[in-house]
Design a protein around this ligand. Structure first.
Ligand code: 3NM
Ligand code: MG
Length: 511
């Protein structure tokens, strides 16, 4: 019998999660709301009471034709005539449980990493519970937090080994992240069959409504996360759309919400104003919900990390993710310290970034392939050749299902399918502070007005920014980095203005 794993409920009887509610009533409501599998998990009760509750849950799940599994206790599963068990890595081994329960029993296994997944799949498990996706108070001493990227890695490797076992993800999943997790964890050949939740349903005021909401979310992948593929492959076609997009910036004047470092706040605000966007520098996460509702974009620039910083970032990222507002991540100095490396992981596991931009070192760190210790936030000498850089960018974009920009003398831009090298820019951009950060501000503003093709939006932002720098660098009044800054702002302003007058001559300089 094929089992629908799409919304898998794991129960909890603790006061902290169930409260004073009756578990059986909560489960019945949840099943009515759309839960497709129930696992009775109770880490505290004695056998007699496990069997008593197990029988009540059996009656309810039977009535609604939903499978019932028992966590850990094979004997209880037999006693209540459950459909099977779920085994953690410290529980009875899979082979023994299979021998006791027989070939038809559903036996699921928790897998925290690839080797646990492979052992369980080849040992005859019926499905895998993969986690912990996000840190959760429901299960505190979990082995490791793997994020959607970790789930993706396991799914990808299972599919290369032709293991077709069903999988659900678990840990910190709720209605605000299930779509993203299902989408981001999907490998080209294998996706999750569902998500497992505890508190999102058991602790909910209205478990039926919570289950219904989750079930609807799981069924649809948000449009803004769908990769735009195969379109506009031709560079000429891409470039021809840019003047219209730049013009839209001036017309719509999108909010550009920057959570950025102390050094560039002023410069970022000036750049945003020059291109026609409406800047706000707001580093306090509480404000993000209101700001996200205004239709703009968010820049998360990790240039100044502080103990409370991550909470603010996460609050803001979630607020924008919820309304499908674009979020740009600038992992400044990602490889420089252990704190920053961990911050990158935490942020990546807490939200979806439409675009990640960084220098070679930062992008390699985000990808998890950085072998060199970064010295400061500036980029040292490059060790990689051009095609390796392009590969790095493409690989990260494909994994995260977003757009990735690696800045440098040549910039590399990819959405995982299309990868472009951009040769525009000026040396003085490397001689002033905040040029990378404010490129992020520029791209975010464009992402806010052009939502269809994120790669095209990014290209428009990069070209207007870097061509403005070239124009400024050629001016006679520019004698060095000091005079370059005002000239650059002027040229950026000129480009935005000329687009509003349907003049796109500036774009001739694109290369
Ligand atoms: N197992 P919530 S995480 C029961 O990682 C359980 O194996 C996990 O609870 C694992 O949905 C977890 O409330 C708790 O975050 C999930
Ligand atoms: Mg267990």
């Amino acid at each position: 019998m094929a089992i629908d794993y799409s919304l898998y409920l794991v129960t909890d009887s603790t006061q902290a999660i169930l409260g004073n509610k009756d578990l059986a009533s909560v489960v019945e409501a949840a099943v009515e709301g759309g839960v497709t599998v129930v696992q009775y998990r109770d880490k505290e009760s004695e056998t007699a009471s496990l069997i008593r509750m197990g029988k009540r849950l059996r009656a309810i799940t039977k009535k609604h034709k939903v499978p019932l599994l028992i966590n850990d206790h094979v004997g209880v599963a037999q006693a209540v005539d459950a459909d099977g068990v779920h085994l953690g890595q410290e529980d009875m081994d899979l082979g023994t449980a299979r021998r006791i329960l027989g070939p038809d029993a559903i036996i699921g296994v928790t897998a925290n990493n690839l080797s646990e997944a492979v052992v369980a799949a080849s040992g005859g498990a019926s499905y895998l519970g993969i986690g912990t996706v996000y840190a959760t108070p429901t299960k505190e001493n979990t082995k490791s937090i793997i994020g959607p990227a970790g789930v993706n890695n396991i799914l990808h490797r299972l599919s290369t080994m032709d293991m077709t076992i069903p999988t659900v993800a678990i840990g910190g999943l709720n209605n605000s992240n299930v779509q993203r997790v299902m989408f981001q964890s999907k490998s080209p050949t294998k996706g999750l069959d569902g998500v497992a939740v505890v508190s999102a349903i058991i602790a909910a005021q209205d478990p039926k409504a919570a289950a219904f909401g989750l079930r609807s979310s799981i069924r649809k992948v948000p449009v803004s996360m769908s990769p735009k593929s195969g379109e506009n492959q031709n560079v000429e076609t891409l470039l021809s759309q840019i003047p219209r997009i730049v013009k839209e910036l001036g017309v719509k004047s999108p909010l550009c919400h920057n959570m950025t470092n102390l050094v560039v706040q002023n410069f970022a605000a000036n750049v945003a104003l020059c291109i026609g966007a409406s800047p706000i520098m707001a580093n306090y996460g509480e404000e993000a919900k209101d700001l996200a509702g205004l239709g703009g974009a968010l820049v998360v620039n990790m240039g100044t990390v502080k103990p409370d910083g991550l909470t603010n970032y996460i609050q803001a990222i979630r607020a924008y993710n919820e309304v499908s507002g674009p979020v740009l991540f600038d992992p400044v100095g990602a490889g420089a310290t252990a704190v920053r490396r961990q911050s990158v992981k935490t942020l990546m596991s807490n939200g979806y970034f439409d675009l990640i931009k960084g220098n070679e070192n930062e992008i390699a760190t985000v990808l998890g392939e950085n072998m060199v210790q970064q010295k400061g936030v500036d980029m040292g000498a490059s060790t990689t050749d051009d095609s390796a850089k392009a590969q790095l960018v493409k690989k990260l974009a494909a994994r995260e299902r977003n757009v990735v920009l690696m800045t440098g003398k040549t910039d590399y831009l990819s959405d995982g399918e299309r990868t472009y090298a951009i040769e525009n820019g000026h040396d003085h951009l490397g001689n002033i502070t905040g040029s990378g950060c404010t490129l992020g501000t520029t791209i975010a503003a464009v992402l806010a007005v052009h939502k269809g093709d994120k790669l095209l939006a990014a290209l428009a932002g990069i070209l207007m920014y870097e061509i403005a720098a070239e124009q400024a660098g050629k001016r006679e009044d520019v004698k060095g980095p000091g005079t370059f800054v005002p000239a650059f702002l002027d040229q950026l302003y000129q480009i935005a203005q000329s687009a509003s007058k349907d003049d796109s001559e500036w774009l001739q300089a694109a290369k």
